[in-house]
Design a protein around this ligand. Structure first.
Ligand SMILES: Cc1cc2nc3c(=O)[nH]c(=O)nc-3n(C[C@H](O)[C@H](O)[C@H](O)COP(=O)(O)O)c2cc1C
Ligand code: SF4
Length: 458
């Protein structure tokens, strides 16, 4: 390990991380319907903290209920959520690991319409999302200001919880992308049109956060550096290019971000992200989403009838990135590194120590983030520490975890990686161990209130 660039500490402006590997954001429906966190979320994150990653960048954490993708994601939209995040930060820190909370808003990319906030989702545009036809409504300027405020409050709460920083989810088609993207944003006001106008929302959020939390708290931004917005529909606008994104990050650097996390793709999922192809089990997604958007019922039918599904999968793969996605975003990360002074983190397929080492020593990125390969091998970093170049049973990039995630607990669903189906399910269910009761350590149980009987009542 000594002298290995993977295990060199990474110094950000306000925080140091012990090595160059971050657990990348990966969402699962572990929490309570009302957005309060629970024990399963803590168990989940602890797998990776114990597995040796330098920092955990949490999954999508909505700053408001209107901005959730799905129910059962822990939110940071009110002060009573702070104790949960404080407990998570404390536990993660006990393992000498850092915690960065991903502040997020779905905009129109909302997989399940909300019970509390029905109707079209708030976005930059009133145009529905392309693949599923998720309904959308362009926000007024007053609403945009409210959302800027939700992000600033989210950052304040993250700070109060003892997190080491926040990441703004500016990638993969969610609300920030809906403003930034030339393929999505069709506004005619000061938030649409030129790149400068489209970046206004992100810049206002970063400035509002800085004003709220001060200079000594880490703020980073995840961006889809190249959007490839016409991957599925080649006749459409291709969206932002790496040149556009470099300019956006330069502006955000001026406004006070401390790092950039490089991803790709104008939606989630997208043929380029996560790489490896369309999940073979994605009809499970439509079991859940059948009523979510204008196209979901027809998609459900198509995905359950030959030959549409194999054809769609073929098209997805053809329009996506390289067959082996390891390091697919490195060229964009390098462009960022050349243009900005802040550290760059690159996501996308990393699971080989020699590839990661080379990406760092060749100056293409300062660190990498890993999602699926860590899902497959929670202790991948420990394997690297012991000198292994790759896990004996690596992630196959099959994306079955993605196909399962709306309906089943998040985990690795590639049966070929396990001795049996039962062994796979046993591993997936470890996230519920220890269970929420007894002894849920995150929150104190409220006192039981016995209603007083009025005289004469039985
Ligand atoms: C099931 C699943 C859920 C994900 N959830 C998020 C998320 O909440 N926020 C985010 O920024 N990226 C999310 N991602 C993208 C990953 O963070 C990562 O950038 C991408 O999968 C590429 O990295 P990998 O090849 O290491 O998986 C998710 C990916 C998967 C497969
Ligand atoms: S199901 Fe497992 S092997 Fe397949 S992409 Fe997900 S983590 Fe990797």
């Amino acid at each position: 390990m000594k002298g290995d660039p993977i295990f060199e500490p990474l110094k950000f402006r306000t925080v140091t991380v012990k090595n160059r590997i971050f657990r990348s954001n990966i969402s699962g429906r572990f929490d309570n319907y009302d957005g309060s966190g629970n024990r399963a979320r803590i168990n989940w994150e602890m797998k990776f903290a114990r597995g040796g990653v330098g920092g955990i960048i949490t999954s999508f954490v909505p700053v408001h209920g209107k901005g959730r993708i799905l129910p059962n994601y822990a939110r940071i939209d009110s002060d009573d959520k702070v104790p949960f995040w404080r407990e998570l930060a404390r536990r993660v820190h006990d393992e000498d690991c850092r915690l960065f909370i991903q502040l997020s808003h779905s905009g129109r990319q909302r997989d399940l319409p909300s019970l509390e906030y029905p109707g079209p989702a708030a976005s930059s545009t009133s145009h529905p999302e392309d693949l599923h036809g998720l309904e959308s409504r362009a926000m007024t300027v007053e609403e945009i200001r409210d959302v800027v405020g939700y992000f600033a409050e989210g950052a304040r709460r993250a700070r109060e919880a003892g997190a080491d920083g926040v990441e703004l989810h500016g990638a993969n088609g969610y609300l920030f992308t809906q403003f930034l993207s030339s393929a999505i944003n069709d506004r005619k006001d000061e938030y649409g049109g030129s790149l400068e106008n489209r970046a206004r929302f992100a810049r206002e959020v970063v400035r509002a956060i800085r004003k709220k939390v001060g200079p000594d708290f880490h703020v980073q931004y995840k961006i889809s550096a190249t959007e490839y917005a016409n991957s599925l529909f080649p006749w459409k606008n291709k969206g932002n290019t790496i040149d556009d994104s470099v300019q956006v990050i330069k502006w955000l650097e001026e406004d006070g971000i401390d790092a950039v996390h490089v991803s790709s793709g104008s939606s989630f999922p997208h043929p380029h992200n996560p790489g490896g192809g369309f999940p073979p089990n994605a009809n499970a997604v439509y079991d859940v989403m059948i009523r979510s958007g204008r196209n979901t019922a027809i998609n459900y039918w198509l995905f359950n009838h030959w030959p549409f599904y194999p054809l769609f999968r073929w098209w997805w793969k053809r329009r996506g990135g390289p067959i082996n996605p390891e390091g697919a975003n490195l060229p964009d990360a390098l462009r960022m590194k050349k243009a900005v002074k802040i550290p760059v983190i690159c996501t996308g397929g990393f699971q080989t120590a020699s590839v990661i080492r080379d990406a760092i020593t060749s100056g293409q990125t300062d660190a990498v983030s890993i999602a699926r390969p860590l899902l497959a091998n929670n202790n991948l970093v420990r394997m690297f520490e012991q000198g292994l170049d790759r896990a004996p049973r690596p992630c196959t990039y099959c994306n079955k975890c993605l196909g399962a995630v709306l309906k089943y607990p998040l985990g690795c669903y590639e049966e070929s990686r396990f001795d049996s189906y039962d062994a796979m399910i046993k591993e997936i269910m470890t996230v519920f161990d220890p269970p929420s009761y007894p002894g849920d350590a995150s929150v104190e149980a409220p006192p039981v209130v016995v209603p007083l009987r009025r005289s004469g009542e039985k």
